[in-house]
Design a protein around this ligand. Structure first.
Ligand SMILES: *Cc1c(COP(=O)(O)O)cnc(C)c1O
Length: 240
């Protein structure tokens, strides 16, 4: 069974990275990123013991989540448009991709209307890549107190995506900067921010060595995603 082997391999590598960094493996949570993959694949990974799943697009999640076991936890990791904030509040326990005060205000409003508390991470674009979403660190520090004042939102920490690199060693400073920024945010708020969501299939080991507490692994578990043009799963949506 391929998924079982993939998952076991990832878990072994997480444990090894923790050992290298002198960290307890229980301090790193594994999220299975199921975007583009059908409910059957989610069910299989759930049977192997994974509870936390990540999706990138609202439309896809809306179709998929109701077809999956009810005891799973879902978090949004892709860019969220404010006009989909209401759906996001219904579907997800946590939005990892909050990248503006405007979006946070909309989530607050929708969570209030739903009488819900919503966990959030603030997404940071540490490397300043124009192709990626996420806060510039200086803007994050400016908006943070206002976001923290939203009663229906609970800031759990930061999320970052490193630039693609064939050698993950070259992006170690990005993860390190993200961890430092989380400490700056903690002292600004006077409250702990325990979650650092850093690391994907290609770079999670370096991210763990730099303090990640949540790794988001897609292709490493599910295999390669189909290119959009040839997807036959019915779960490839383009209107994110
Ligand atoms: C798709 C995605 C991942 C997973 O990427 P893989 O390289 O397949 O592990 C992680 N984080 C975010 C934000 C993503 O969009």
């Amino acid at each position: 069974m391929e998924l079982a082997e993939n998952l076991a391999g990832i878990q072994t590598r997480i444990a090894a990275a923790c050992a290298r960094a002198g960290r307890d493996p229980a301090s790193v949570e594994l999220m299975a990123v199921s975007k583009t993959h059908p409910p059957e694949a989610v069910r299989e990974v759930a049977r192997l013991g994974i509870r936390l799943f990540g999706e990138s697009r609202i439309q896809e999640a809306k179709l998929k989540i109701p077809q999956c076991p009810g005891n799973l936890r879902w978090q949004l990791i892709g860019h969220l448009q404010t006009n989909k904030a209401r759906d996001a509040v219904q579907l997800f326990e946590m939005i990892q991709s909050v990248d503006s005060l405007h979006l946070a205000a909309e989530l607050q409003k929708r969570a209030e209307a739903a009488s819900k508390t919503l966990g959030i991470l603030l997404e940071v674009n540490v490397a300043g890549e124009s192709t990626k979403f996420g806060y510039r660190p200086d803007q994050l520090l400016i908006d943070l107190p206002q976001i923290n004042a939203f009663r229906r939102l609970e800031i759990h920490g930061l999320m970052c995506m490193a630039p693609y690199a064939t050698n993950p060693e070259t992006i170690r400073p990005v993860f390190r900067r993200c961890r430092e920024l989380a400490r700056e945010c903690e002292s600004l708020l006077g409250a702990p921010l325990p979650v650092l969501s850093m690391g994907m299939s290609g770079d999670f080991e370096v991210a763990i060595e730099e303090g990640s507490t949540l790794v988001r692994v897609g292709s490493g578990i599910f295999g390669d995603r189909p290119p959009p043009e040839t997807s036959e799963s019915g779960f490839q949506q383009s209107d994110g």
